[in-house]
Design a protein around this ligand. Structure first.
Ligand SMILES: Nc1nc2c(c(=O)[nH]1)N[C@H]1C(S)=C(S)[C@@H](COP(=O)(O)O)O[C@H]1N2
Ligand SMILES: [Mo]
Length: 526
């Protein structure tokens, strides 16, 4: 076993495996350096964030829908994980190539860096300076790759110098060195990411004094809440409010430099900064937001008390010209929404909002300023991190989701759902044998007039409604089922809106303009 020939085989002469590892490690160095430096630049200057965001922008809507339906709210995690896998594979290939041809390999790695820089530049909220982190990362990573490739290359003499324990030892040490650089890079990148995350948290909680509203929202009456275990809170806490947006990294908007520009078909363009906005008379309103992607029975809806300036006030000041029928609102990250002009000027009090449930908007919900429009799905109205209102026409401008298969207008459809019981849950009868069911219904701008519940194939029963706070908020319902029988059951719910329209049974998918159909839940009674 100790023949010289065998020992020479144990000392690898060429090391394709280790060259690949060198490629991956150099790739990690690029990312780590860029991530660390990006702490001093915009959050979307980090190459992974920029590449991911660019990718999200170019994938066909079908693929996006598929990913969301497969992975739900973990879609971003899945995107980042796949990016890491693809990047590791690419850099491993580059390293592998470098075993024989280091210079072309180095050029390829530099090419990846340049590609990432181009994508950083395509992000709307980035400036030219934001390429610096990726640039420096690339400048460091390329010589690192060459150095690592040289390190892992088997010493020419290793094979011949049979039994040269010293060479084997040196070699092991250099491989250890490569591993150590890799580990360091991972630690640095992860640290940088978590610093970014905690900064975002700090921004979210950054306090400024919200002005007192000129008209306060009437307090929510206690009987708006159905007291039944498992019912959602009538006012959704900010930390539990659903979040939907296209932003991979929550935009960090500095309120001290924030501005809102109102332009387009107006008599005079208007720019207002944050301090000026806070001086405008503010009002407070309870409004239930809903996402067009919410499936029947889904929970992509939330109810909050919003504080803000009526959009109407600012539009009146700018002076809307004849012929305009839409306002295209734009976010700092390039997202746009097309809201019918009428919804922003009529008496529904659409808001340019700064407060949510008594606090500044959380970062995830649009800090410092967003739109809140009662009656319309979020994708055509609720622009977060708002920076611009362009008064225009549906004929001239198209918003983000309307170029991706969703309708250009999005009034919210009547919706009702069963919250108690949960699907396949078990309910225990009370002492007198009754079983309590409960849920939520909404039809913003029309209000909910009635909710009916059907158990198994029985007759529709009228549910009891919690207090209605406004036609723009959801309503909770409950049903006392007195003749409950143990065993398996199903419950179906349908609502009637304030215009006496009964929720349709006809099933529709969320695309292109919102889901419809009755929510049914299977459950058992103990
Ligand atoms: N900037 C920006 N604003 C946005 C979006 C977005 O992707 N980017 N998504 C919209 C959609 S589709 C919805 S449903 C609401 C959700 O608001 P929330 O995350 O505060 O619940 O935000 C809207 N505003
Ligand atoms: Mo949405």
């Amino acid at each position: 076993m100790s023949s010289p020939s065998h020992r020479s085989a144990a000392a690898p002469r060429s090391a394709p495996g280790w060259s690949a590892v060198s490629g991956v490690v150099a790739g990690l160095v690029l990312v780590a350096v860029a991530e660390l430096l990006s702490l001093a630049f915009s959050s979307s200057s980090a190459p992974f964030v920029a590449v991911g965001s660019a990718f999200v922008d170019i994938v066909p809507p079908g693929v996006k829908d598929l990913v969301i339906s497969l992975f739900g709210t973990r879609d971003k995690l899945v995107l980042f994980a796949s990016m890491i896998v693809v990047y590791a594979a690419l850099t491993a290939l580059i390293g592998r190539l470098g075993a024989a041809r280091p210079r072309p390999a180095a050029a390829l790695l530099a090419g990846l860096g340049v590609l990432a820089m181009v994508l950083v530049l395509t992000r709307a909220q980035n400036t030219a300076l934001d390429v610096v982190p990726t640039l420096v990362g690339t400048v460091v990573a390329v010589p690192t790759l060459l150095l690592l490739l040289r390190t892992v290359r088997a010493p020419a003499a290793a094979g011949d110098a049979a039994g040269d324990a010293g060479t084997a030892w040196t070699r092991r040490r250099s491989l250890l060195g490569v591993g150590a650089v890799g580990v360091l890079a991972v630690v640095a990148a992860v640290t940088a990411r978590s610093v970014t995350a905690s900064r975002e948290l700090a921004r979210r909680t950054a306090q400024y004094v919200l002005p007192a509203p000129r008209s306060t929202a009437e307090p929510v009456p206690a009987d708006a809440q159905v007291e039944l275990a498992g019912m959602p809170p009538f006012v959704t806490p900010n930390s539990e409010f659903y979040r939907i947006d296209t932003a991979l990294a929550v935009p960090r908007v500095d309120p001290t430099t924030w501005q809102l520009r109102i332009h387009g078909l107006v008599d005079q363009e208007l720019t207002i900064d944050f301090a000026q906005l806070l001086e405008e008379p503010m009002i407070e309103k309870h409004v239930t937001l809903a996402c067009v992607s919410n499936p029947v029975g889904g929970d992509l809806a939330g109810n909050a008390t919003w504080l803000g300036v009526p959009v109407r006030t600012l539009l009146e000041r700018a002076g809307v010209k004849d012929g305009a029928d839409m306002v295209l609102s734009r976010s700092i990250d390039g997202f746009t929404a097309s809201t019918p002009l009428e919804a922003l000027t009529d008496d529904r009090d659409s808001l340019i909002a700064v407060g949510m449930n008594g606090e500044p908007l959380p970062a995830q919900h649009g800090y410092p300023v967003r739109m809140v429009v009662p009656g319309l799905y979020g994708y055509v109205s609720a622009t977060k991190w708002l920076t611009e209102l362009k008064v225009t026409t549906f004929a001239d401008d198209v918003a983000y989701w309307s170029t991706r298969g969703w309708t250009e207008r999005g009034p919210i459809k009547i919706a009702s759902r069963v919250d108690v019981p949960r699907s396949f849950g078990e309910l225990s009868p009370e002492a007198d044998g009754t079983v309590m069911l409960g849920g939520t219904a909404w039809a913003q701008q029309r209000g909910i007039a009635a909710v009916e519940v059907r158990i198994d194939d029985g007759d529709w029963r009228e549910a009891e409604l919690g207090a209605e706070v406004s036609q723009d908020t959801w309503v909770q319902w409950s049903l006392r089922w007195e003749d409950a029988e143990p065993g398996d059951h199903s419950v179906t719910v349908r609502a009637t809106d304030g215009e006496r329209e009964v929720q349709t049974e006809e099933r529709a998918n969320p695309a292109p303009n919102g889901a419809s159909g009755w929510h049914t839940v299977r459950f058992s009674v103990a």
